[in-house]
Each structure stands twice: as structure tokens, then as C-alpha cells.
Design a protein around this ligand. Structure first.
Ligand SMILES: [Zn+2]
Length: 291
């Protein structure tokens, strides 16, 4: 009898484990846990940085960039880091995809569990994006580092916009402020919903952007979305820096985004976005002014 109960229990847990591992999100989380960046060797000149052996030169470049990038984020977020950030630097796209919790090597940087994980592309073809993406990821580490693990998360457009604004455009390279404003005026506007922007296909616009070859439309629409969200955050902060800083502090304490936002600004994010769009529409771009 006991034996058959044990067999049944084993079968039940085995079936549950197979079912759970069969879920893609859980599977990538388990794979990421098996590929913990802490197991990579630490850089001797800066043990906050761990790297694959072949990524050592890139890790050394990051050690040079890190103090300035951290200072920039502490200034933009008006507060020091709650804990020291840790950086994982990869030479293998396969290992990077396994470690980043998304199973996707196509994203340049990911922050998770107190780590900023950086794609090999930032050490190779896209080395000119290294400082910007590093600083962008530090914004995420700073913000989430102050919050308890189970605190409600703000919508991704807010944290991505914050990271783009705080890093001076990291993650939105290739689309500048003027181009993002021109798109806003042409009603090509990113939709500020709850979509997870780590999945770029989830980003939606009021009108689909287009770009001319060799522009890659997939990359362009992601960068345009990030830049427009960053512009909105910068506008919000410039309009009332004290209120914006208060919003950050209250979100860091784990308050629900919509409630804290409405209370501090006296408006919903959607209404404030409307005011922002009106402001953008009022300012005539220099290229359109009569000579
Ligand atoms: Zn980001």
C-alpha cells in the first residue's frame, strides 16, 4: 500500500515537473539559473564584473566605463545605488541567451537579479553602443535594486523610458530626439500599455512606423518606441523635477504605479501623455521653420 502511494506521488510530481518545464517562461528561468553569471570568473581589477574568458578585453573596457556610468545614473535617479551592480560579459551568444532569462541573444543587454548581462555584440559589431547600453541597464539595476522582490512593477514603458532618459539615449541609438518628435507629430506614437517590452513584437504604435532599406524595421520600431518613451520621461521630469523624484521614491517603496502617479501628478499617465503630445505638436521643428 505504502509503495503504491509512493509510486503515485512520484508519478504526480514527475508529471508536474514535466508540465512546468514544458512552459517556455519557466524553462528559460531554469536555464538562466543553471547559467548564473556569478559562476564566471571575476575581473581582477573590478570584481563586480564577471566575464567569459574570451570577453576579457571587453570586461576591461567596461571597468573603465563603469564609474562614470554609475555616477550618471545616481545623478539622474537622485540617489546612490542601494547595492553594488554586477555585470556579466559574454563572448558566446549561446551562453548569453541561456543566462539572460529570455533565451534570446538578439537583445543587447538584460538586467536580472541584480546583474546587467551584456551581449557579445557590444564587444564586437556594436561596440559603439557599449557605454549607452551599460548605462541603460544600470538604470534598471538602480531602480529595481531599491525595491523589494515582490513589489508591483511599473509598466515597462516607464522603466524603459527612464533608462533611455537617464542614460542619454542608451537602448534607443539610431533614432534621435528630433526623429522621435517628427514621428509623434505624424501620429506614429508608441502606445503606453502594459506590454512587456523585452518582447519587441509586443510594442504597439498608433500607426506603424516605416523605414527605408538598409534600415531594419524591427530594430527601428523598437528604438523609436524607446526614444519616444524616453522623451516623455524627460519632459515629465523637466516640467516638475520634485514630483518626478517623489514618484521614483514612492515606486521604489513598492507603491502601485497608477495610484502613485495620479496622486503625485493629479493626472493619469494617459492624460499627461496627451499634454506631452500637445507640447510636441506646438513646437515647430527647426528644419520646418521658414528661412
Ligand atoms: Zn531596458
Amino acid at each position: 500500500m505504502l509503495r503504491s502511494i509512493a509510486t503515485l506521488a512520484f508519478a504526480f510530481f514527475a508529471a508536474a515537473a514535466v508540465a512546468l518545464i514544458g512552459r517556455p517562461v519557466l524553462r528559460t528561468a531554469i536555464v538562466a539559473a543553471w547559467n548564473d553569471p556569478a559562476s564566471l570568473p571575476a575581473l581582477s581589477i573590478d570584481p563586480r564584473i564577471h566575464h567569459e574568458a574570451a570577453a576579457r578585453p571587453c570586461a576591461e573596457r567596461i571597468a573603465d566605463l563603469l564609474p562614470k556610468a554609475m555616477a550618471q545614473i545616481e545623478s539622474a535617479h537622485s540617489r546612490p545605488f542601494s547595492k553594488s551592480p554586477r555585470i556579466g560579459v559574454y563572448a558566446s551568444y549561446r551562453t548569453y541567451a541561456r543566462a539572460n532569462g529570455l533565451g534570446d541573444a538578439g537583445i543587447a543587454g538584460v538586467s536580472r537579479a541584480g546583474w546587467a548581462l551584456l551581449s557579445p555584440t557590444l564587444c564586437e559589431d556594436e561596440h559603439d553602443r557599449l557605454a549607452g547600453v551599460l548605462t541603460h541597464e544600470l538604470s534598471h539595476l538602480h531602480f529595481f535594486g531599491w525595491r523589494s522582490r515582490n513589489a508591483a512593477r511599473p509598466p515597462p514603458w516607464f522603466t524603459e523610458g527612464l533608462a533611455v532618459a537617464a542614460s542619454g539615449g542608451g537602448g534607443a541609438e539610431g533614432v534621435d530626439d528630433d526623429e522621435a518628435r517628427l514621428a509623434l507629430r505624424a501620429d506614429i506614437r508608441v502606445i503606453l500599455d502594459e506590454a512587456a517590452w523585452t518582447d519587441f513584437s509586443a510594442i504597439r504604435f498608433t500607426r506603424e512606423p516605416a523605414c527605408v532599406a538598409p534600415c531594419d524595421l524591427w530594430t527601428y520600431r523598437q528604438r523609436l518606441a524607446f526614444r519616444q518613451a524616453g522623451l516623455f520621461i524627460s519632459w515629465m521630469r523637466a516640467r516638475n523635477p520634485e514630483k518626478f523624484t517623489l514618484l521614483l521614491r514612492r515606486l521604489e517603496q513598492g507603491e502601485i504605479f497608477d495610484g502613485a502617479f495620479d496622486e503625485i501628478f493629479g493626472e493619469t499617465p494617459k492624460r499627461l501623455w496627451r499634454f506631452f503630445i500637445d507640447d510636441v505638436a506646438r513646437v515647430q521643428p527647426a528644419s520646418h521653420l521658414p528661412e
